[in-house]
Write a protein of this length. Structure first.
Ligand SMILES: *[C@@H]1O[C@H](CO)[C@@H](O)[C@H](O)[C@H]1NC(C)=O
Ligand SMILES: *[C@@H]1O[C@H](CO)[C@@H](O)[C@H](O)[C@H]1NC(C)=O
Ligand SMILES: *[C@@H]1O[C@H](CO)[C@@H](O)[C@H](O)[C@H]1NC(C)=O
Ligand SMILES: *[C@@H]1O[C@H](CO)[C@@H](O)[C@H](O)[C@H]1NC(C)=O
Length: 264
């Protein structure tokens, strides 16, 4: 082998060596690239899964929020219902205690065989302070109203105390369906203008009168003869108990009849 030849061979071997070096470099770069791609794909899957879970959580949260809102509304409704029932119960209790207090005032004698029961009213009549009251749903003139009350063994109501006015005002205030939906009471000045008398002819006690402000005003709009019969009512109840209005006796209105409660 000449020197030149051996040199050439040496050169070729070196070049071959370099080529094989480059080949392995390319291979490892490919592997790295593949690995990176796999990692990226895995990351994408994880991100997708996470964002899907996040979306689901948000949806669940919204559902829970809606449910909570609905329950809050139900609670408010239940509270209102509870309040209404409490009021009903209070009313019933006061009726009951008026019964017990009357029994306490007149305790039955030990020797008495007959059982003295609480004062009672017929169906559709309300008991208060030993009296029964009827609040009509139909509309009649003052005279017609009084006749119907009398036909039931009663008369148009006579208001003799602040407590009685409070009871009636509260009842009527809840029964009225519009502003002028007043109830006739047993008070009139048709015998002598300006002299208000109860149905038993007793004069109205001015310290026990509950005229609404500026009443009686004797307007002549509904009837040129003026207003000579009294009615009462303030929707929701009058805060100051003043809920009486004079009105033409010929107008048709609802009525309050009153009679003594039955005992024994
Ligand atoms: C609210 O009340 C209604 C009926 O009163 C019921 O059908 C509904 O399921 C209640 N909602 C919740 C969230 O309790
Ligand atoms: C309260 O009583 C009135 C009549 O006395 C009745 O119409 C109403 O339903 C009652 N309310 C409740 C919540 O019981
Ligand atoms: C009410 O008005 C009528 C008709 O104008 C009248 O006759 C009557 O005297 C008046 N009553 C009072 C108390 O002013
Ligand atoms: C009028 O009512 C007041 C308050 O209840 C009472 O003190 C007074 O005795 C009554 N007057 C008459 C004449 O009945």
């Amino acid at each position: 082998m000449s020197r030149a030849q051996s040199y050439k061979e040496g050169e070729a071997a070196a070049s071959q060596q370099a080529e094989s070096n480059t080949g392995s470099k390319v291979r490892s770069e490919r592997v790295a690239l593949l690995l990176l791609s796999a990692l990226l794909a895995a990351a994408a899957v994880v991100i997708y899964r996470l964002s899907f879970a996040h979306f689901q959580t948000n949806k669940n949260l919204q559902m829970l929020k809606d449910e909570n809102e609905a329950m809050r509304k139900n609670l408010t409704m239940l509270k209102d219902e509870n309040e209404a029932m409490r009021k009903n119960l209070t009313e019933k209790l006061s009726e009951l205690s008026s019964c017990t207090s009357e029994q306490l005032i007149r305790p039955k004698p030990a020797e008495a065989k007959t059982t003295e029961s609480c004062p009672t009213c017929e169906l559709d009549w309300d008991l208060n302070g030993g009296k029964c009251y009827y609040f009509s749903t139909n509309y009649l003139t003052w005279d017609q109203s009084r006749s119907v009350c009398k036909g039931q063994g009663a008369d148009l109501v006579q208001i003799n105390s602040e407590e009685e006015q409070r009871f009636l005002d509260n009842k009527v205030g809840r029964k009225m369906t519009y502003f002028l939906d007043w109830f006739w009471i047993g008070l009139t000045d048709s015998k002598e203008a300006g002299r208000w008398l109860w149905v038993d002819d007793s004069p109205l006690n001015t310290s026990l009168s509950f005229w609404y402000k500026n009443e009686p005003n004797n307007l002549t709009g509904e009837n040129p003869a003026g207003e000579h019969c009294a009615s009462m009512g303030a929707q929701g109840g009058a805060t100051d108990l003043k809920s009486w209005f004079d009105r033409s006796c010929n107008v048709a209105q609802r009525r309050i009849c009153e009679k003594a409660a039955k005992t024994g």
